[in-house]
Write a protein that binds this ligand. Structure first.
Ligand code: GRF
Length: 194
């Protein structure tokens, strides 16, 4: 299976996916694309020999469809079977999502359906939750809302700040996402809880 990965920043989740695919694996990364030409993850992907592309979303101002039409070019050029959003921070229109319905995954740093959107860790701490974690889900037109394919959870510690919690959850993400993608690439849609 051919996997294209979309990033916006450091790409640590992209790296975890790419490294897992270096072994015996039903999928391989064929593109890493970003909405930010300066995303550090682009150089990290190139260092692994993965093709990269960047389409700066800022010149498109509020015209999401126009930005997505540009972003689609390098993605369609590699003919991906699966699209993985990994730290990708742009909301995608229903039109874009529809093209990849059923074969687009995202990782979100909360135990969905709790805390869709941003600032998930500060919200969990503020709510006094005992646990936090991350979720891999199929992407649908509704934000952070598609069928859940896997979750990993950990205990929130009394001394946790949003930063310390984010760092520990990120480590879970790096374990969960590769495990879910490996199964998904083999056609297994069952839910994985780590
Ligand atoms: C992190 O906040 C992570 O929790 C979320 O996306 C952000 C950047 O991740 N999934 P990455 O290092 O770019 O993969």
């Amino acid at each position: 299976k051919r996997v294209a990965i979309l990033i916006s920043g450091g790409g640590s989740n992209m790296l975890a996916l790419a490294r897992d695919m270096q072994g015996d694996h039903p999928a391989r990364p064929v593109l890493v694309a970003s909405n930010d030409p300066d995303a550090a993850g682009l150089a990290r992907a190139a260092a692994l020999g993965i093709a990269t592309a960047a389409v700066d979303h800022r010149p498109f101002a509020g015209d999401r469809a126009a930005f997505e039409a540009e972003l689609l070019r390098p993605i369609l050029a590699v003919e991906p079977d699966i699209l993985c959003l990994a730290g990708f921070m742009r909301v995608l229109t229903a039109g874009f999502v529809r093209r990849f319905e059923g074969r687009m995954l995202n990782i979100h740093p909360s135990l969905l359906p709790k805390y869709k959107g941003l600032h998930t860790h500060s919200r969990a701490i503020a709510a006094g939750d005992a646990e936090a974690g991350c979720t891999v889900h199929e992407v649908t037109a509704a934000l952070d809302d598609g069928p859940i394919l896997g979750q990993a959870r950990l205990a929130i510690r009394p001394q946790d700040t949003p930063d310390t919690l984010a760092r520990r959850v990120l480590e879970l993400e790096h374990r969960l996402y590769p495990a879910v993608l490996r199964r998904f690439a083999q056609g297994d849609r069952g839910r994985l809880d780590l």
